[in-house]
Each structure stands twice: as structure tokens, then as C-alpha cells.
Design a protein around this ligand. Structure first.
Ligand code: ADP
Ligand code: MG
Length: 321
């Protein structure tokens, strides 16, 4: 059975973490006593399909997975463009909506990343994603006239935010937003906040390859493997404590037409899928939202401009392939 590239990346991270967990179990079962002062800790692990990807939770506290899955579901119900009743779907239909504080916050943050990235990160690419068939998975290469016309609906400066009453308004009919490049990051941050409120200080959340590592695993940083986007090999292992890591690349979702590869991340300047010469970008930083948005933005910008953007975010480090 073939796995999608995304599933494969998930599996690599899964296996490496699994190795750590197996050792913990081994310590539990071993006849030898644990090292002096070191108690073998039991880890609980659970997974769930949410926001279109596998979420995996590993923690010594058995409450963690239920907390994470409930919170991710709440965020998905607010932000998914695939859920008819979500605030984003309603906004995309009506062009003006009073939204919840979380939705307002993520749209506001998205505009900030749009500004910082010189327009490379842009949630208003949704009509272009529709045009290229990425929304319904019926991929097509549209003609240039259609792309030019659709580009008129793109640009986060065309989103008006009414701060006093949390109303979001689009300047032009037909505009839509897509939070696919940032919503999982926000969901990770919201989960971490609730875990901490419940006095849980050790948990690894893996959202289909985008990870938040809360605290430590048995007194050491959590270990997460990064896979080579083009070959089935690991390019490095990250040691993470209170950090998020996100990867964006052209191997996630793509299609081939006449020998050319078209990926699901779109350059808002041209209206075409990105071809910046980069195949994947991995960003490590303090928050899920920053890791998610920056990995997408740097992928759009390419190596040179991407590195310039990263200078504005001193807490972030990146690997660009
Ligand atoms: P994934 O979430 O699939 O791991 P990303 O975080 O890079 O990868 O997000 C990609 C998604 O973001 C696309 O599927 C699309 O919904 C949306 N998107 C595409 N191009 C852009 C862009 N230039 N800026 C912001 N969002 C984008
Ligand atoms: Mg992203």
C-alpha cells in the first residue's frame, strides 16, 4: 500500500518518537532496576484524524490526548473552509461577518505575516486554490486570463478588520480566505495553553508533521526527525523543548501536467503554484502559529528572500532544502 508523501513524513516522526517510547516501556519491563534516581515513566499515546491530518499526542499525563483532540476539533469547527457552518465558510459566503475572538485573532495575525513577508504569505489565495482545483482535488492548469482575473480578488489589504466589534469584511465580492497555512499552528498553541492550565508540562503533539514539543520527555528534550522531501531518508534530528517545528514543501500536495510539477502553495504575486527553487522549508520557533506561517512564507519567497524574512523573527531558525 502506498502512503501519500504527507503520511510518510508522519510515519518517520512517528517511528522515531516510537523508539523513545519503546525504550520507556523496556525500562518498565526490564528486570534490571532503573538507574538510581530515575523512575521509569509510562507514556500515553493516542491519535485522531482532525483538520485533514493525523494528530498524535504523547504524554505521561493520560488527560493530554482528550484535551488536545477536543481543542483541535473546536478550532477546526471555527476555521475550516471545508465545514459548511464554520465561521470561515460563512465569511467566504457573505463577505462580512462578526467572528469569535480566535477567528479575529488568526485573521489579524495572517495580515501581519502578509505585511512582514511582502505579500508572499496571503490567506486570500483561496480563489486561486479553487481555480487550480486544489480545493476539490480536480487539478487543472487554468488559462492566463482566468488567473489574471482571479488575482484581482487576492491581497490581504482587501480584508478590513473592524477591531471594535470583531467584524471581518472583504472589499470585493468573490473574495475568500483559506487558513490552511496557519490554522494548525494556532491549534497547537491553543492546545498548549489548555494543557498548561491543567498543569500538564510534558506533551508532544504531532499534527501530521507539524509539531509542538511541550516541556521535556523524562528530563530530556523531545526528539523529532526531519525527512528528506525527495528521498526516504532522515536529514536530521531536532531536539525540542517548548518549541514548534513546521515544514512546508512541494511534496505535500501536487500534480503533474505535461511533465511539470504544480504544488499546492501558490505565489500570490503570479497566481501560479510556487516554483522558487526550494523543495522544503522547516522552521523551528517558539509558537505554532509562527512556525506554520513562516515555513509557508519562506517556501514562497525562496532561499534568499526567505532568509531576509527570517531576520525579522529572531526566535526562528530554518532549514531550507
Ligand atoms: P500544510 O498545512 O499542507 O502542511 P502549509 O502550512 O504550507 O502546508 O499550507 C499550505 C496551504 O496553505 C495550502 O494548501 C493552501 O490552503 C494555503 N496556501 C497556499 N498558498 C498560500 C500562500 N501563498 N499564503 C498563505 N496560504 C497559502
Ligand atoms: Mg504553514
Amino acid at each position: 500500500m502506498a502512503f501519500s508523501p504527507k503520511t510518510r513524513r508522519y510515519l518517520v516522526i512517528f517511528l522515531l518518537i516510537g523508539w523513545g517510547i519503546s525504550l520507556s516501556y523496556f525500562a518498565l519491563r526490564s528486570k534490571k532496576p532503573a538507574l538510581p534516581g530515575k523512575e521509569a515513566i509510562r507514556f500515553y499515546r493516542d491519535n485522531r484524524l482532525l483538520m485533514g491530518t493525523f494528530w498524535e499526542v504523547i504524554s505521561p499525563d493520560k488527560r493530554s490526548s482528550a484535551i488536545v483532540f477536543a481543542e483541535v476539533k473546536r478550532i477546526e469547527n471555527l476555521l475550516s473552509k471545508y465545514i459548511e457552518g464554520s465561521e470561515i465558510s460563512q465569511l467566504n459566503r457573505t463577505g462580512k461577518l462578526k467572528v469569535s475572538p480566535d477567528t479575529f485573532y488568526i485573521i489579524k495575525k495572517s495580515k501581519e505575516f502578509w505585511q512582514a513577508s511582502g505579500g508572499a504569505f496571503d490567506i486570500t489565495v483561496a480563489p486561486l486554490a479553487d481555480l487550480w482545483g486544489f480545493t476539490n482535488q480536480e487539478h487543472v492548469v487554468p488559462n492566463d486570463d482566468k488567473i489574471k482575473l482571479t488575482l484581482k480578488l487576492v491581497g490581504s489589504d482587501k480584508i478590513i478588520l473592524h477591531e471594535n466589534d470583531n467584524v471581518v469584511e472583504f472589499k470585493f465580492p468573490g473574495m475568500k480566505i483559506d487558513l490552511g497555512a496557519i490554522a494548525k499552528g494556532l491549534a497547537l498553541d491553543c492546545c498548549v495553553k489548555i494543557l498548561k492550565e491543567n498543569n500538564i508540562d510534558s506533551c508532544l503533539i504531532n499534527a501530521g508533521g507539524q509539531v509542538y514539543a511541550l516541556g521535556e520527555k523524562s528530563g530530556s528534550p523531545w526528539k523529532v526527525a526531519i525527512q528528506n522531501p525527495r528521498k526516504p531518508e532522515i536529514t536530521g534530528v531536532l531536539k525540542l523543548k517548548d518549541k514548534s517545528v513546521s515544514t512546508s514543501g512541494d511534496y505535500e500536495q501536487f500534480f503533474f501536467k505535461n511533465g511539470k510539477r504544480y504544488c499546492h502553495i501558490i505565489d500570490p504575486k503570479t497566481g501560479y503554484p510556487v516554483s522558487s527553487g526550494v523543495s522544503s522549508v522547516t522552521v523551528v520557533t517558539d509558537s505554532g502559529i509562527e512556525a506554520d506561517a513562516l515555513s509557508t512564507a519562506v517556501f514562497v519567497l525562496g532561499k534568499k528572500s526567505g532568509e531576509e524574512l527570517l531576520k525579522k523573527f529572531p526566535r526562528a531558525t530554518a532549514k531550507i532544502f
